[in-house]
Write a protein that binds this ligand. Structure first.
Ligand code: ACO
Length: 326
């Protein structure tokens, strides 16, 4: 049976750093509050000229280079984002043009922070049934552009970034062992951005600060996250016939250190087996997990045969988990 695996990874982070100290000057907050409640110290913020498609393209080029695959070998490009450059064409089509992947189909998926895991799950189906040979899965978000910078409840949490992976057929026991994805539309009201011309015509929008920005009930999302990270871990371990002690590297969605620590404790995973970069980047939405995977890959923190567990949750509400044998 064919198995899909990761052939290469790449990421892109904007240069601009926004520290907690700088946020103290913007809203009524403190480095102490942000650090103890979230674990975040600083985040990257894209310039006006740095769009989601720009970051997605940069990450994609690095993933192609890492995998040794040429752009014209790519059969499909999937971009997970909630901040596309335009409503249409899709950001995936923009990337296709930018990298010259002329043989690729392309589409976006809108799954919030679970986007990379959903993308992997879709790619896995296309590879395993033999329909496609090489797929680029990209996750890119510029949440800074939809952040209400007057709202201390949300503006301290997010950062910008992009990551990409080339997926293709791999040998034997390696690759994506399985994926698990789910959604609960009932919970959608706890995390959303209202902007849509299908709901309110542009000339009727009066409160722009609230229309084009993220709205979040932090406590509801926190409760959901702690619960779903457990369920999604249990489900994928069961599907793969593995136990928590079989996991060599755990890459959870980087939203809040307290959410990560709760799941580490429950899975009884030691610190060395958990990758955390939210102190440097904040919550980069769909990009969080793939940027982290790119870092562990490039820093030599994972080796052949390691079982990598990745778990995400986000707007929708959505969630997803995957185990990869590296
Ligand atoms: N600085 C100082 N005080 C603040 C700040 C801030 N930046 N933000 C909120 N507060 C205040 C609140 O106003 C509140 O004050 P009050 O008691 O006087 O009303 C107090 O701090 C406590 O607020 P809580 O909401 O109870 O704080 P909590 O401990 O729940 O932490 C947080 C808030 C960090 C948002 C937490 O709920 C959380 O992480 N939730 C999950 C968020 C998340 O993961 N979102 C993304 C998931 S999906 C995606 O990635 C897009």
């Amino acid at each position: 049976k064919k198995r899909a695996g990761i052939l290469g990874t790449g990421s892109y982070l904007p240069d601009n750093i926004l520290t907690n100290a700088e946020l103290e000057k913007m809203v009524d907050t403190s480095d102490e509050w942000i650090t103890t409640r979230t674990g975040i110290k600083e985040r990257r913020i894209a310039d006006k000229s740095v769009t989601t498609s720009f970051m997605a393209t940069a990450a994609a080029k690095k993933a192609l280079e890492d995998s040794g695959i040429a752009a014209d070998e790519i059969d499909l490009i999937i971009v997970a984002t909630v901040v596309p450059d335009m409503n249409f064409p899709s950001t995936a089509c923009m990337v296709q043009a930018n990298i010259g992947a002329k043989n690729a189909a392309a589409f976006d998926i809108e799954v919030g922070c679970s986007g990379f895991i959903y993308g992997l799950s879709i790619a896995q189906q296309f590879i395993c049934n033999g329909f496609y040979k090489k797929i680029l899965v990209i996750a890119a978000d510029t949440l800074s552009k939809i952040t209400n910078w007057k709202d201390r409840n949300t503006c301290v949490l997010f950062g910008d970034g992009a990551g990409a992976a080339v997926i293709g057929e791999v040998e034997g026991a390696y690759g994506i062992l399985n994926t698990y994805i789910g959604a609960d539309g009932e919970g959608g009201k706890h995390l959303f951005m209202p902007s849509s011309v299908s709901v309110i015509p542009p000339d009727e929008i009066t409160d722009k600060d609230n229309f084009y920005t993220i709205h979040m009930d932090g406590q509801e999302i926190f409760k959901f996250a702690v619960k779903i990270i457990n369920t999604a871990s249990d489900e994928i371990l069961k599907k793969c016939g593995l136990k928590p002690e079989d996991i060599d590297m755990f890459i959870p969605h980087q939203a809040n250190i307290r959410i990560i620590e709760a799941s580490m404790k429950r899975l009884k995973l030691s610190k060395e087996k958990v990758y955390i970069n939210l102190d440097k980047y904040g919550n980069m939405s769909a990009a969080s997990i793939i940027v982290a995977l790119d870092e562990v890959n490039r820093n030599g923190m994972i080796k052949r045969n390691d079982n990598i567990l990745m778990v995400a949750f986000g707007a929708g509400l959505t969630w997803g988990s995957v185990i990869i044998k590296w």
